[in-house]
Design a protein around this ligand. Structure first.
Ligand code: FES
Ligand code: FES
Length: 162
């Protein structure tokens, strides 16, 4: 199949690669850029494990062609930590035990991160609504919701780690 040149800014770094026109953003992230934090669950738009930010908005990377992300900014779970320190949402999932197997966790955290950017003080209903496209088979969601509520109270978790 004919390849296309695609330029993505991924976690702040510009990457140009040649890829077949029918490849998903998820596959390019995982297979070409080795960013395996983004998980491949259903590969069919149902589970949310593949959620990344596209220009700051959560998208299902399994449902998006890499070519459609040309010249746009992609943020994966790997891009949330700064200088080796966890983002507040990552930290809260850790301290609140918002994960068991962890397979859903990157997508949960990316969706939660986007929620807190647009709504710094979400209600429980708003958190559950924002995570309604992210499925978890392990936790029962209570600890995940608690983690997001906790993250909302961390103004700057980086200070707490130093
Ligand atoms: S892997 Fe994309 S929604 Fe399930
Ligand atoms: S922690 Fe296992 S699927 Fe969510």
């Amino acid at each position: 199949m004919k390849k296309e040149l695609v330029t993505l800014t991924v976690n702040g770094e510009e990457k140009t690669l040649a890829t077949a026109a029918n490849r998903s953003l998820l596959n390019v992230l995982r297979e070409d850029l080795n960013l395996t934090g983004t998980k491949q669950g259903c590969d069919d738009g149902d589970c949310g494990a593949c959620t990344v930010l596209l220009d700051g908005e959560p998208v299902l990377s399994c449902m998006m062609l890499a070519a459609s992300a040309d010249c746009r900014e992609v943020t994966t779970i790997e891009g949330l930590a700064r200088e080796g320190k966890l983002d507040r949402v990552q930290a809260a999932f850790w301290t609140e035990g918002g994960m068991q197997c962890g397979f859903c966790t990157p997508g949960m955290i990316v969706s939660s991160y986007a929620l807190l950017k647009r709504n710094p003080d979400p209600s429980e209903h708003e958190i559950r609504d924002a995570l309604s496209n992210n499925l978890c088979r392990c936790t029962g969601y209570t600890k995940i919701v608690t983690a997001v509520q906790h993250a909302a109270t961390f103004e700057e978790f980086l200070d707490k780690q130093s």
